[in-house]
Design a protein around this ligand. Sequence first.
Ligand code: SF4
Length: 261
Amino acid sequence: MRLHHFTYILQSRPAKIRKSSIDKYLQRSRQDISEISVDFSRILWYNDLMKISTRFQRSIRSVEGNSILKPGSNNQKLGFKIKSRKWREKRLYSLTLTERETCPKSCHHWEDCYGDNMPFAHRFSIEGLEQKIESEIETLLEKHPQGIVIRLHVLGDFYSVDYVSFWQDMLFKHPELCIFGYSAREGKIANEIRLLNIRFSDRCVIRFSRSNEYNGKDMFAAEEGFEGKSFDCPEQTGKLPSCAACGLCWSVPKTVKFQTH
Ligand code: SF4
């Protein structure tokens, strides 16, 4: 890689990005820099046209050697022991993927994803992900025979039809497993998610991130300005401490409304 490549990267870098080691290289004498090897996957989180990954590239973790399903006790908003009538006593875990890399470009929050304000969240890369999730689910279900609930995806989204099928296999294989979350997907992946919600209606609730009212089929998570039939997330309004204490997202079909971050 040549110096002019660095210059190009820096020129197209959004102003608010923290100065990186590239800047330091550029401050040196140009003669010192003839050729430098660069790991692009850890530097470029945007291309010429748009953002394409998390802005916190160093927070991306390989699944190998890491626990990827995190207990809800690590996240005040989630909580751990479920108290809602539905899924009571199960334990809540969460999965965080890499925002934008796994998300549809049509997402309304592509430019201002709330992951942009989560520098410390560990995002897991999808290489070897499914195998690792499967083995962790087995271990966690041995530990919690009453069952577990996995919150998909604190960051990121369903990235393929096969990945949705993977969750179908997991739900089929493990009757004590439940999942809930939100997805901005449309098209084929959304159709598969719909089928998953129908096939496992008592153990799988994936809401679509759109400002719509419940239509008898799909459930939605809307923005705060939504004026249709909906309820405000009680954790955000301070009425309840956590999802584990609330459970409305997986218990009622009405649209949930979230404050815009
Ligand atoms: S409505 Fe309840 S379950 Fe849904 S996100 Fe808010 S606290 Fe969690």
